[in-house]
Write a protein that binds this ligand. Sequence first.
Ligand code: ATP
Ligand code: MG
Length: 262
Amino acid sequence: MNQNPAIGHNSVPKMTARNVNVFYGQKQAIKDVSIDVTSEHVTAFIGPSGCGKSTFLRCLNRMNDTVDGARVEGRIELDAQDIYAPAMDVVQLRARVGMVFQKPNPFPKSIYENVAYGPRIHGLARAKADMDNIVESALRRAGLWDEVKDRLGESGTAMSGGQQQRLCIARAIAVDPEVILMDEPCSALDPIATARIEELIDELRGRYAIVIVTHNMQQAARVSQKTAFFHLGTLVEYDDTSAIFTNPKATRTKDYITGRYG
Ligand SMILES: Nc1ncnc2c1ncn2[C@@H]1O[C@H](COP(=O)(O)OP(=O)(O)OP(=O)(O)O)[C@@H](O)[C@H]1O
Ligand SMILES: [Mg+2]
């Protein structure tokens, strides 16, 4: 039997990480992290500022490749394929494992073009009508269609923050990803826009493997079914969200969720 509760916990993992270490120059930011991520559940990453949540999240679609001085060790697989293998096409990988950032970052292009951009570079639409369908469907799934259908030509950057974040989610799902990574997607949003994104995450659950980093404990409890608690670069505890919040095994987890530090 596997002794690590972060492994073999879920049915068929979509992504697996084994013994992952991440260094920035000499400094180690992630220490021997192993975890499985499944498509059935939303997984929340929680932990105090600087504990490595964003660093580890970025390993899952090789975004750390773009960070100067960052080095990743260990093995990370998507559908049992090593994503750090030389043969892995990183552009393709990032389409399969999409990312939504803390600060909404729409392109300075029209709403339509923001969503059409990915499908176009991946050759997903042959005719204009196909692209129109992809754009509409992504905007519908992101809960934005009714608000923008009459102004698709307007700039994505001219929308409200909450709308921009939903546009970024639409942009991520337009290429039909398998995994969506969200790094504090609501931290720049008001409570109403936050609630809308949380509803959306719930609607997308099961269709994509979703990993969300959040500092908001209530949010983690509301949107996730699995929670991973990180501290000082290590994965301290990974369990059902209900267990983490009602009956954590590690003292450090308990201290964090009860607000003793962080
Ligand atoms: N580009 C970088 N270069 C050097 N060190 C970095 C870099 N990015 C992060 N670090 C360091 O790695 C550690 C983990 O940072 P990371 O951003 O992953 O933490 P986090 O848990 O996401 O924090 P927060 O909750 O504040 O977003 C920190 O000590 C941080 O200073
Ligand atoms: Mg972070």
